[in-house]
Unconditional design. Structure first.
Length: 368
């Protein structure tokens, strides 16, 4: 078994793992797809009689629903060793503010959003995006990052068995009980919260420090991912049909598409391990994957800004072309465009940040 598979990264090259960096981009493409399907109005109600297009849309949703969990697993895998850095936190917050403030300004200047329609509530969301959950993922992720010093120290102090027990208990309390019981619990945020991110961080930390036993090869991870996806799609349709006949439990059919559903968790772990254990050959694609990965978070911050999240699906005609002969090509073209534009914008944002950082460094150095 390789060093990577046993969790021992001491002998692994310090260079970013190309396959995992590629996974960041894949996960973000999945996130765009989820928003394309949802905000583009393509997903038909689960309880209604599904058309062929509707079934295909839900199947695609099943394949992509693991994206957020996977993205957090990737971060947790590296954060447990790299630890907390104040500079990184400042850049993260600055990155969120860059988009929360700049996007509305651009839209107002271009006449897309009338300035007269903006209220105090809008301004508060622009200025305090973390506290107001302008981007729920950014809020949960930054809160997780603030806890990294404590979590990392705690994980390393625990024995392998103690960490296993902690993770198993969390999985029972969160996804297992939620999956089994046919009612919604008060504490259930469907995975849209920092508590779920902490659970994912602990799982990723365990994989990093102790490796895995059941899944030892890339293929095993991808098989787990596919089986989980099929399970999500099948279970949601079975529950929807049963609920349609009984006239009850309508809300329960959508539970399988929660981030903290046990099948979604297993699928995201499978996809993560599939890419982690994949020996991606070095070359142009590997180099490109490493270069693009740092800008994927910016893709999310751009297309999911509160002033644009429902506009871009209309701009690209998501609902208009979804049921045509070119629906698949339109989906591929749309997510590729959104992803490419997001990467370019965040690349430019990074250049601006570097200039600002250099200016600040020179000022600080001059005062010494």
């Amino acid at each position: 078994m390789t060093d990577m598979q046993t969790g021992n990264m001491s002998k692994v090259n310090n260079q970013r793992i190309a396959s995992v960096e590629l996974l960041r981009s894949v996960a973000m493409l999945m996130v765009i797809t989820l928003h394309y399907l949802d905000k583009g109005g393509i997903l038909e109600p689960l309880m209604s009689k599904q058309t062929v297009t509707g079934m295909c849309a839900w199947l695609l949703e099943s394949f992509c629903i693991v994206a957020v969990n996977t993205y957090v697993l990737v971060s947790g895998y590296f954060l447990v060793e790299s630890g907390f850095k104040l500079r990184r936190l400042i850049i993260l917050v600055g990155q969120v503010l860059f988009y929360s403030l700049l996007v509305p300004c651009v839209l107002v200047v271009c006449g897309v959003v009338p300035a007269s329609e903006l209220t105090i509530y809008h301004f508060i969301n622009y200025v305090f995006p973390i506290q107001m959950e302008h981007y729920w993922f950014a809020t949960a992720y930054i809160l997780l990052y603030l806890l990294v010093p404590v979590l990392s120290a705690g994980v390393k102090q625990l024995s392998k068995k103690q960490l296993q027990t902690t993770i198993i208990l969390l999985i029972i309390v969160l996804p297992v009980i939620k999956t089994v019981l046919p009612f919604e619990m008060t504490i259930d945020e469907h995975g849209y919260d920092v508590w779920w991110f902490i659970c994912l961080f602990l799982i990723a930390s365990y994989i990093r420090l102790h490796g895995t036993v059941l899944i030892k090869k890339s293929l095993h991870g991808f098989i787990l991912y596919v089986l989980s996806v099929v399970g999500i799609f099948t279970l949601s349709n079975i529950i929807a049909r049963i609920s349609d006949r009984l006239g009850k439990f309508d809300y329960y059919a959508g539970f399988t598409f929660s981030y903290n559903h046990i099948l979604c968790l297993l699928g995201s772990i499978g996809l993560f391990l599939g890419f982690l254990y994949w020996k991606m050959p070095e070359g142009k694609i590997a180099t490109l994957a490493r270069k693009i990965a740092p800008y994927t978070f910016g893709v999310y911050l751009l297309h999911e800004n509160m002033e644009i999240r429902y506009l871009w699906p209309k701009w690209i005609g998501a609902g208009k072309f979804a049921y045509g002969n070119w629906s698949v090509f339109h989906w591929i073209f749309s997510i590729a465009v959104v992803f490419a534009v997001g990467i370019i914008v965040d690349y430019l944002r990074n250049l601006i940040f570097k200039v600002i950082e250099n200016i600040i460094s020179k000022i600080v150095s001059a005062k010494k």
